[in-house]
Design a protein around this ligand. Sequence first.
Ligand code: ADP
Length: 557
Amino acid sequence: MTKRIFRSICLVAFIVFLASILLIMGALYEYFSNVEQAQLKMQTTLAAQGVTNEGIAYFHNLKVTNYRISWIDTDGNVLYDSKSDIEEMENHLERKEVQQAIAKGYGESRRYSDTLMERSFYCAQKLIDGTILRLSISQSSILTLLLGMARPICIVFVIALTLSIVLAIQISKKIVNPLNNINLDNPLSNQGYDELSPFLRRIDSQQNQLRRQKAELIQKEDELNTIIGCMNEGMILLNNKGKIISINPAAKKLLDVGEDYTGADMLSLCRNLDLHEILCNALQGEQGERMIQLHEENYQINANPITSKNIVKGAALFFFNVTEKEKAEQLRREFTANVSHELKTPLHSISGYAELLKNDMVKEPDRVPFAENIYGEAQRMIRLVEDIISLSRLDEGAKDMQYENIDLYELAKKALQSLAPAADAAHISYGLSGVHANIYGIDRLLYSLIYNLCDNAIKYNHQNGNMTVKIQDKDNMILLYVIDTGIGIAPEHQERIFERFYRVDKSHSKAVGGTGLGLSIVKHAAKIHNAKIELKSTIKKGTTITVRFPKQTNETI
Ligand code: ADP
């Protein structure tokens, strides 16, 4: 821009200079011409008087250097000429100044020579006898004048050019400086040119808009990063060459990737062949799904192509941990198999007894024991089905069940009352001690928790054994102890007895009417109440099961 302004100023200066020279020269030339013509007129008048008085004798002693003087008769013939031989001269009657002098008494004219290098002024005056006296003078033309002044003009031109260049440099700098120093970070603070104000205001408003949009973008990016960062599922975004664009913390942990991951090749981070295959497919626009093992856990990987206008721009990989889901499915399968098996056995027994009775193959005294067996098996099935129903309800998370304040002591008392006949039948003494402590929980679940623990303490006890239930309010916890002096549980079984259908001694459990689901129900019920179960058991000496309930209010549930 500085160069352009500089060039423009120089050009303008040059044009102005040329125009000034020409105008001044023209004006001066015209002025001096007029002066010359006036002088010539005066000389003509004086000469006319001389010729009128002296006649031809006037010319004899005349010494003329600058002028040319001619005397012309009334027919246009030259009678005298100071420069040329009159014999060779042509008739002058048609000359403009001569015509004017004949008509008006005085005439004048200006004419260029053939080469245009000279201009001549003519003044003609009619004398009393009708003859014409003409004076002429030659003057250099303006072109000659200019050529003659070429040197001073050139000197002036060089001076003017130097001055123009110096001034042009300074002026262009002065013009451009405020533009160069514009503070675009704060456009409205600039004082430079008023003409720039609309432009600066526009920049300011656009900058504000950009700032707002940037803040919005950052906020959205933060939100997205927070969401992606909090995802338990691993997520990786790749470009169309399989290089990582973004990877969330869960995926980094899975693949043991450090911080510097952007731009890394996905396949160099994880060399799993299945992953390689679905990733290649995804980069060719095909969605894929595979199961792979990472850190001894099972992951389902979904690879989705990212397309724009039907062109694959990259791929998104999602890692879902399906270990728990698979375990749950496995447990469900096992549970179904166990349930079928558990139901099949009593059904076979019932069917067998019923068939013998139907075919009248049972002697009269055996009929009652047969009926008792059928009744016993049917009762077992009922208990089993009831336990299965309870468990499936618990599996759903006890959503519809009612929470209320429950006195654990009173609830234990109720459970012991209903178990009293069984305890008496097994000759087990029992007792309840401790304090009345309230729990905000589900009555039915807490009842079956205490009932199942006490039922086991009776079922797996020695003859004349003892069972004690104790409630304590300690360290912000409510503790429920069920202590028996029974057969105890060997350490290798202690972990597993809470599994569904797990029994230490299957035949003993069946003999005492167990279903193998009691402690599973206890475990679920405790979990729903955020309680922890502790088991201490010594073989042949007895078992103590402690359930630790946190003190909960309806707000903390
Ligand atoms: P079950 O209906 O067979 O009693 P549970 O789930 O209640 O099923 O118990 C699982 C197994 O744990 C029982 O079969 C038994 O072998 C053992 N068990 C539970 N409670 C006791 C206890 N108090 N003393 C000894 N063994 C016990």
